[in-house]
Design a protein around this ligand. Structure first.
Ligand SMILES: Cc1cc2nc3c(=O)[nH]c(=O)nc-3n(C[C@H](O)[C@H](O)[C@H](O)COP(=O)(O)OP(=O)(O)OC[C@H]3O[C@@H](n4cnc5c(N)ncnc54)[C@H](O)[C@@H]3O)c2cc1C
Length: 450
């Protein structure tokens, strides 16, 4: 066999796994069905603006994607941090989110932070089934403090109502970020942009001896007598390897296998997670304008739990404030997203059309500079990830190792991993590389792994 490992998919998790395995001397073949890199986090250019499709900011405090890049000899330069957190309240408008926990609430927030520091990552596993508010209620009954962490949940995980913000998922990230960066959520834009980052990683992968093929869609993972043999590409070509890592999200996973190739209970769990109604969804607008479309400052991290008309929770982010090179000179790019409940509205075109119209009127009221926009680009997001509600995180997600099929491994943000979006995918990639190697990588010692 010419390869030790075949990795399917060159999104974040596939690139991370492939790079780390190549760095440890494995002969790796990385196959990507698209012509470009980055998967859901790819970048495209629209009217001169570089739009990071699925990668607004990454919440990596330094020990996931950043450290992977260090390992393979590429410096991932972080943008400056956000400088304000405006929070919208209907009737009162924008105000710093810190006002939610002024006065006595400050002590209540501190109690939650201290309790979290004293809780181990292993103990957080006991909270997979519960909501963030249930955990917080042990330490405070202050609505303002709930609001702050729940608003962050909306921003990060696209969950909507208090009982839907999973405790363990949120607390893992809060603990990590308070512990290493002394802030609730450290995030950055990669200077140079996402496309440059994915290409830099691919370049390092090749320099380490890896083989990357784009426009190379895998149609089947070949499994014989309970063991992986390799893959078949859509054009019929076959590639052999004793180990295959699949980074396709759960909704693309089962079509890669013959019926009966995977253990029954595993396939059932994947089917459940892959349901459209378990997806984190939002509607949004990309807005380009001759002035920044912001709530308070150019490098803000703004959120709301309800807008005046459409009534949905969400975020707004001015990309140009983080990296001026995102937009043509004299133009600014903002994204506004509003989460919706897929269990009620998935695929309901009439409802979505109404909400888009209401959201546009809301944005014009909340950020008046948008009225002078050069263009608005609406988008519906239904592939952010499996929503992190209680009961849909932790062991219910597939493990890295697929038991019952020798040599088959999974990675990506929809499997069992912690973190947010890109950071979660990168952490899953590290976990999978370690599992394939059968060894912990010293560079990542001290970070929690499944
Ligand atoms: C609109 C949007 C906005 C987002 N915003 C953020 C954000 O601001 N911050 C954040 O951290 N996260 C964000 N996310 C989430 C983030 O993009 C994902 O969590 C992350 O990119 C997932 O990476 P992955 O490697 O697990 O999966 P993917 O990126 O889905 O990678 C899987 C790869 O496998 C390939 N593939 C699948 N099937 C095959 C096959 N048969 N053969 C070959 N290749 C195959 C796919 O083409 C893809 O490249 C956003 C997502 C979306 C959609």
């Amino acid at each position: 066999m010419t390869h030790d490992v075949i990795v399917i998919g060159a999104g974040v998790s596939g690139l991370v796994t492939a790079c780390l395995l190549a760095e440890r001397g494995k002969r790796v073949l990385l196959l990507e069905r698209r012509a470009d890199l980055g998967g859901r986090a790819r970048e495209f250019v629209h009217r001169g603006h570089r739009i990071g499709l699925g990668s607004h900011l990454v919440e990596d405090p330094g020990d996931s994607l950043t450290r992977v890049c260090e390992q393979i000899g590429h410096e991932l330069v972080h943008s400056p941090q956000s400088d304000s957190m405006p929070f919208w309240t209907n009737g009162s408008g924008w105000a710093p989110i810190q006002e939610q926990y002024a006065g006595t609430s400050k002590a209540a927030l501190k109690r939650c932070i201290t309790a979290l520091a004293e809780t181990s990552y292993e103990e957080l596993e006991n909270w997979n089934h519960a909501s963030l508010r249930e955990w917080m209620a042990q330490h405070t009954s202050d609505e303002g403090v709930y609001t702050v962490w729940e608003a962050i949940s909306v921003l990060e995980q696209i969950t909507l109502r208090p009982h839907e913000h999973s405790a363990s998922e949120n607390l893992y990230t809060r603990k990590l970020h308070y512990g290493s960066r002394r802030t609730a959520g450290y995030s950055f834009w990669p200077m140079g942009g996402w496309d440059a980052l994915w290409h830099a990683m691919a370049g390092r992968f090749r320099a380490l001896g890896g083989e990357l093929r784009t426009s190379a869609a895998v149609s089947r993972v070949r499994v014989e007598a309970g063991a992986v043999r390799g893959v078949r590409l859509r054009d019929g070509e076959e590639a052999d390897a004793p180990q295959v890592v699949v980074s396709a999200p759960v909704w693309d996973l089962l079509r890669l296998f013959d019926d009966g190739a995977l253990p029954w209970e595993f396939a059932e769990r994947v089917r459940m997670l892959a349901r459209n109604r378990n997806r984190a969804c939002w509607i949004g607008y990309w807005i380009a304008a001759p002035e920044p479309v912001v709530a308070a400052s150019e490098r803000e991290m703004a959120s709301f739990l309800s807008t005046p008309r459409c009534g949905l929770p969400g975020f707004t982010l001015n990309f140009t404030g983080y990296d001026a090179d995102v937009s043509p000179p004299g133009e600014y790019l903002t994204c506004v997203g509003a989460s919706f409940d897929a269990t009620e509205h998935y695929g309901d075109r009439a409802w979505l059309d109404r909400k888009f119209a209401e959201l546009r009127a809301d944005i014009e009221e909340m950020m008046p500079a948008s009225r002078r926009a050069l263009w608005w680009k609406p988008h519906v997001v239904n592939n952010y990830g499996v929503i992190t509600k209680p009961g849909l995180v932790g062991p219910v997600r597939p493990d890295t190792r697929v038991r019952g099929v020798e040599g088959l491994w999974l990675t990506g943000d929809t499997v069992r991993a912690r973190g947010i979006g890109i950071d979660k995918a990168a952490r899953a990639g590290i976990t999978t590389a370690e599992a394939v190697l059968g060894d912990r990588l010293p560079a990542f010692a001290g970070t929690m792994r499944y």
